[in-house]
Design a protein around this ligand. Sequence first.
Ligand code: ZN
Length: 175
Amino acid sequence: MITDEELESRRPSGPFKIQLSTHGTSFTGWHLAESTTQTSTSARWTDMDLYRVANPQTEVHYVLFTMGYSNVYHQPGHKCSSGSQMSVALLPEDAEPCWSCIKRGQVLPEGAPVLLEDDIPTLYECKTAVDVVRALLDNKRGGGKQNASRPASDLLHKAALVDPAFDADVLEVRL
Ligand SMILES: [Zn+2]
């Protein structure tokens, strides 16, 4: 375990720039940890990156950036359908059909319209380590809370090795 002074004596990196369609942020700091829910069979997964802001000018001390990825596509007109419209011919090679709206074994023609789920970036600007934990509990994409819990706690345990704010009490909020 390290102390706050030890962390702060390390040179911060950056500036890190995170830009979403609605807002963004730019800061220098320390990349504390990263984690992913991806496995070799994931059709949907989430990558997570956690940063601590150096010399914060605002109340934002931690930045958590998550990116939800999906290879799942739907047929238009179903309750589950969402995403960007394209034809079957334009789907990426690793695209996977949604079994709610596409029957197993059903082969759609090359020109058929489908909806490929969009990737979803999320930016959390957090005051404290506890707020980071709460943000991770809120982030349920990637197969639901249960699947996300192991990579999320993995992220927090990695952060605990380099940032004393993620102490046992804070990790307890999650586990
Ligand atoms: Zn569907």
